[in-house]
Design a protein around this ligand. Structure first.
Ligand code: FAD
Length: 693
């Protein structure tokens, strides 16, 4: 497509407008819960709020509702971006809705000139996200009961017009299962969909592009069906930013990175959860290996006295801090370096919006603690910056990159640049002071805590949570640029500090390691615990087969540690077979010295099978070793063994799944399809469990 200059100006303005979000949430998890109150809330427990969305839309005069079922915030982000775009481009009166905040019995009373959007992620084994469980159960039930009493055969949802987009991952078996099923239920109940049901694929790394391509087609259908005129959109900030000279970083009401009011006032208290981290002491830290650019950390995090608990197989979430180097880079390029410690008040301009972090605060604190400044850059966001470029040349470049998917992939995404590096590259030596700070807050996601599979047994060390993490440091061939993981480099800095380095700077990064107002001093890290279903059989005599290459071995160290402790106490323990893989037995063999210790307690019930991919003439991986042990594996499965797989979701988990199917087929004289069917049944009965990422 060829654009002339006027088109481009409009286009960039549209991008700018759509990137911004103005109803609650968007890129930001559940901001309403982030720091307002510390009690864990869920949809049904929010006092005084209606769960009737039809009524709410009537009261607030809205005609389009954007429901999201989101686990990591992406579906929520898309819902908000679409809502903003629908308003800016087509004059829709929009509202964004967390799907768990509403009941769906009166979906049959949805006005026929209104439109409902469903942005639904599929999670794990084809499951709805936590916040969409109730909605999904209602629709998928045998006979959903609607308010006007029509049965499913009577097409109760004939008035409902809707739009659907799913977020999935094709490396999982049930790709985009939730949006497909919901779309099926709605159609069957008489509702009409506008445009195709879109599907984004995280597995192929094309989620954002899938979304961008789908929405253009969808808007064409929606505007035609609803008779909407497209209009010129201009950027409207979502937040008002006011510098407050009466306050300084010494004022005790100013947030310097504290996650909520209790933390600010030095009265942090539980319950600690995904809205309220515990500032945990790190009891121990070490490097399991350190070769060239690669290192792997083992850390033990003390949760005693916090009220937090875990059981073997759970996850811990680490709340990272951005590095000083990247914080400086973006503040410099935005022209905010001089006033980084000025106090700002951030307020939402629309009554339904929420500020995603506590205010008053400082530019420095927002960037360092709350905004994901390192991540993958969105093409839509880059385009939205064009009107604020410092030169015509930079503007033209932004428009070109924003409008050209392939150029963007080649010049930005595949080079792993972050947003500040893009701005530096497009206007060397210049700053970008015209970019509204509101747009930065709107367009970049909130820093997400990162999860780690706990590598200790709660039975053995209930107050010390161990993690096993490889430090992310990726150098692209032929490039000087090294992509440095946000959380793992922060953890490495903490480890260096704990071992006596006063100014740790892993890979040239620096950190505010003592945290806001030195509250993390003495080597602390903000955390919370997430319970998982990845669990040992309750009967320790059951045999287990574990496959965990690389850091995928983390939860299996915990499993083996637990069984060794039980054996030491004289309990009978079933066969405990572990397949571990890494590059080289002298390089990255995790917990090499510990396994013999566990073996001495477990005796014959423990067996470790290793695959070192770079030692022999041919690459050997865990699935090859599994195949070599087909007889033993088959015997254990016959004896009721449980299978556990942890680590790389993209390739390993899939190959291992296929190998088990093949082993069963071969050893039992069945077809491959029958073998696969057995594995499938094991999965649905939780006898085959995965913890993959
Ligand atoms: P990040 O900064 O988040 O970067 C991670 C990746 O994002 C990069 O490698 C790159 O692919 C991409 N990326 C980042 N920035 C850009 C950019 N500008 N352009 C393009 N791409 C970019 N890890 C472990 O080591 N051990 C575990 O036991 C473990 N358990 C896990 C359990 C679960 C349930 C989950 C979900 C994940 C687990 N992980 C584990 C992974 C872990 O959560 C982190 O993802 C990992 O440590 C990297 O975090 P980071 O902040 O250092 O890197």
């Amino acid at each position: 497509i060829e654009y002339d200059t006027a088109d481009i100006v409009i286009l960039t303005a549209i991008f700018a407008a759509t990137i911004a979000y103005f109803t609650k949430g968007t890129l930001w998890g559940k901001p309403k819960d982030l720091f307002a109150d510390l009690a864990h809330t869920n949809g049904s427990a929010k006092a005084g709020k209606t769960r009737d969305f039809v009524k709410k839309m009537a009261e607030t005069d809205r005609n389009a509702i954007f429901f999201y079922g989101s686990q990591t915030g992406t579906a929520e982000d898309y819902a908000s971006r679409l809502a903003k775009e629908g308003h800016a481009r087509f004059g829709l009166r929009t509202i964004v809705a967390d799907i768990e905040d509403y009941d769906f019995e009166n979906l049959d009373t949805f006005p026929s000139d209104h439109l409902a959007f469903f942005l639904l992620a599929t999670y794990g084994e084809g499951e709805p996200t936590d916040n969409a469980v109730e909605f999904y159960e209602f629709l998928s039930g045998d006979e959903p009961q609607f308010s006007e009493g029509l049965s499913a055969d009577e097409k109760p949802l004939q008035n409902l017009k809707y739009v659907a987009f799913g977020l999935g991952n094709n490396t999982y078996e049930h790709y985009n299962a939730i949006v497909r099923r919901v779309d099926g239920f709605l159609t069957k109940l008489g509702a009409s969909r506008y445009g195709p049901a879109g599907e984004g694929d995280d597995g192929a790394g094309t989620m954002e592009e899938d979304f961008l391509a789908w929405k253009e087609e969808m808007w064409q259908v929606v505007s035609k069906e609803m008779g909407l005129e497209e209009r010129e959109a201009v950027y409207e900030p979502v937040f008002k930013i006011t510098e407050d000279e009466s306050l300084s970083t010494d004022s005790d009401t100013v947030y310097l990175g504290e996650p909520n009011k209790n933390h600010l006032e030095g009265k942090a208290k539980g319950p600690y959860n995904s809205h309220n981290p515990f500032i945990a002491p790190i009891a121990k830290s070490s490097e399991l290996f350190n070769v060239k650019d690669r290192n792997c950390l083992h850390m033990e995090i003390d949760i005693s006295g916090s009220g937090l608990s875990y059981t073997t197989g759970d996850h811990i979430a680490i709340w990272p801090t951005n590095s000083g180097k990247e914080t400086d880079r973006i503040l410099n390029v935005l022209g905010l370096a001089e006033k980084r410690h000025s106090v700002i008040r951030v307020e939402a301009l629309d009554s339904t919006s929420k500020v995603p972090f506590p205010s008053p605060t400082t530019y420095d604190a927002v960037i360092r603690y709350h905004v994901e400044i390192n991540g993958l850059v969105s093409r839509q966001f880059v385009a939205s910056l064009a009107p604020f470029a410092p030169s015509d040349k930079a503007k033209a470049e932004l428009v070109r990159l924003g409008g050209d998917k392939d150029a963007f992939a080649e010049e930005i995404s595949s080079r792993y640049l972050n947003i500040a590096q893009v701005l530096e590259m497009l206007a060397p030596g210049q700053t970008w002071p015209s970019i509204p700070f509101s747009l930065i807050i709107e367009g970049l996601t909130r820093v997400q805590p990162r999860y780690y599979s706990i590598s200790s047994s709660s039975h053995v060390q209930k107050d010390h949570i161990a993690i096993t993490a490889v430090v992310e440091s990726i150098r692209l061939p032929g490039s000087k640029h090294i992509l440095k993981g946000v959380t793992t480099n922060y953890l490495l800095a903490l480890k260096q500090k704990q071992h006596g380095d006063p100014n740790p700077d892993p890979h040239g990064l620096t950190y505010d390691i003592t945290g806001p107002r030195n509250k993390y001093d003495g080597i602390h890290v903000p955390i919370h615990v997430r319970h998982s279903n990845f669990k040992l059989p309750s009967n320790p005599e059951k045999p287990i087969i574990m496959i965990g290459p690389g850091t995928g071995v983390a939860p299996f160290r915990a499993f083996v540690q637990e069984r060794a402790a039980l054996a030491a106490k004289g309990e009978k323990v079933g066969k405990t077979l572990l397949f571990f893989g890494c590059r080289n037995s002298n390089e990255d063999y995790l917990y090499k010295d510990e396994w013999p210790e566990y073996a001495s307690k477990l005796g014959d019930s423990f067996k470790l099978v290793t695959a070192f991919s770079r030692e022999g003439p041919k690459k050997v991986y865990v699935q090859h070793r599994l195949q070599e042990h087909a007889d033993e594996v088959n015997e254990l499965l016959k004896a009721g063994a449980y299978i556990y797989v942890c680590g790389d979701a993209a390739h390993m988990a899939r190959d291992v799944n296929a190998t088990f199917g093949r082993i069963i087929a071969e050893k039992r004289g069945q077809t491959e399809a029958q073998g696969e069917e057995v594995v499938k049944r094991m999965r649905s009965s939780n006898q085959y469990q995965e913890d993959v990422w």
